[in-house]
Design a protein around this ligand. Structure first.
Ligand code: PLP
Length: 394
């Protein structure tokens, strides 16, 4: 008889998003035509910028002509895009070679696939509340999980735990869901800890483009010693609206070695086995993000979401609700008022003001009693949601 991967049975149901969908559908069935203000969404609202659209169109034309047509792309990414990304790091003072940059179809794909580099016997530390994919990908692999709870007392930015022995360490800054960002000295502590213990940090930088405070690291490779202990996973999803277009990149330094093996070389071997690369057209579109024109347009678009964050933070402050994030991050993480649980607060907002958010328990046990708003809705909807929050709780 075939033996399946029984670890799938250990996965918790994706009850959070199923629960949100069920409750909003039930509400709409009872209130047909009612408008909802969706402040829970993790998807972007505004389209790709002009520079990207132009590059995509040109690339489609290239595919129409024999002379410019591209078939399979290099598995680790097109040189033009790997070079553009390495230059992007260079402008921020991080020297990388293009061979240290791997083009991907997005951060989610990489967060799962990268686990191929590590033995199922290794232990993975996840700082919670956390993006659920970290836990789920390791449950599927049968790996031992160390859940490090964070809370208001440490600003959702815990220090490395002396007593734990993790092989893999997931860090996400700016954080989804808490919006917390590591300072340079806080992140340096984790880098030193990983180097001391021979662990590897998987640094999820999906939201680095939202950092605006001077001095907050945009990349873990700004820290001393990160090149010998970290892999950085990035995405153009939120940076440049590629959620549906799909493009990301992963940095694995050539210096990163464990047990006599080189992780960059292992990943080349993995990619050349498991993928035939990202499409030429999409990589051309992605390269446009790193041109001067693309950078300016993408920055302008991010301002829309940052402005949404300001609308929501102003509303929470008017209501006297404690929160983290909203600055340097597209998420706001708030303590449910009136001692409500996450789902109770969800019901209150849905029923009274038609605002939909995300209960904190979906991001780990320690998320109970918290709630997440995202800033990715349209400005009109966000402004209306903010107004309604003040009218209900202000
Ligand atoms: N990492 C974090 C922390 C995220 O919040 C998300 C998406 O919401 C991802 C990764 C996935 O990004 P991508 O669209 O590149 O797969």
């Amino acid at each position: 008889m075939i033996t399946l991967n029984t670890h799938y049975a250990e996965l918790k149901d994706a009850y959070l998003f199923a629960g949100i969908a069920k409750k909003t559908q039930a509400y709409l069935a009872q209130h047909p035509g009612q408008r909802l203000y969706r402040m829970g969404i993790g998807d972007v609202t505004y389209p790709l910028c002009d520079a990207v659209i132009k590059a995509l169109r040109e690339a489609v034309e290239d595919q129409a002509q024999k002379e410019t047509f591209h078939g399979y792309m290099p598995e680790c990414g097109a040189p033009f895009l790997r070079e553009a990304i390495a230059a992007h790091y260079g402008r921020r003072g991080v020297a990388l070679s293009p061979e240290e940059v791997f083009v991907s179809s997005g951060a989610s794909d990489e967060l799962g696939d990268i686990l191929d580099l590590f033995s199922p016997q290794s232990a993975a530390l996840v700082v919670e509340p956390a993006y659920p994919a970290y836990v789920d990908a390791n449950v599927i692999a049968g790996r031992r999980l160390i859940r490090l709870a964070s809370g208001e007392e440490n600003g959702f930015l815990p220090e490395p735990p002396e007593q734990e022995d993790a092989d893999l360490i997931y860090l996400c800054s700016p954080n989804n869901p808490t919006g917390a960002v590591f300072s340079r000295s806080q992140l340096q502590q984790w880098v030193d800890y990983a180097n001391d213990r021979g662990a590897v940090i998987l640094f999820d930088a999906a939201y680095e483009a939202f950092i605006e405070t001077e001095g907050i690291p945009l990349s873990i490779f700004e820290l001393d010693g990160a090149e010998t202990c970290a892999v950085e996973i990035c995405s153009l999803s939120k940076t440049a609206g590629f959620t549906g277009t799909r493009l990301g990149y992963t940095v694995i330094p050539k210096e990163l070695e464990r047990a006599g093996m080189n992780l960059n070389a292992m990943w080349v071997r993995n990619r050349t086995t498991k993928t035939n690369g990202v499409s030429y057209v999409i990589q051309k579109g992605g390269a446009a993000v790193f041109t001067p024109e693309g950078r300016a347009q993408v920055r302008a678009q991010l301002q829309i979401y940052k402005n949404n964050a300001r609308l929501l933070t102003a509303a929470l402050e008017r209501c006297g609700i404690r929160y983290t994030g909203g600055k340097n991050a597209p998420y706001l993480w708030l303590k449910c008022p009136r001692n409500l649980g996450g789902w109770e607060f969800f019901d209150l907002l849905l029923n009274e003001i038609q605002v939909v958010g995300t209960p904190g328990e979906g991001f780990g046990e320690c998320g109970k009693g918290f709630f997440r708003f995202s800033t990715f809705a349209s400005t009109e909807d966000t402004a209306e949601a903010a107004r309604r929050l003040i009218s209900l709780l202000g």
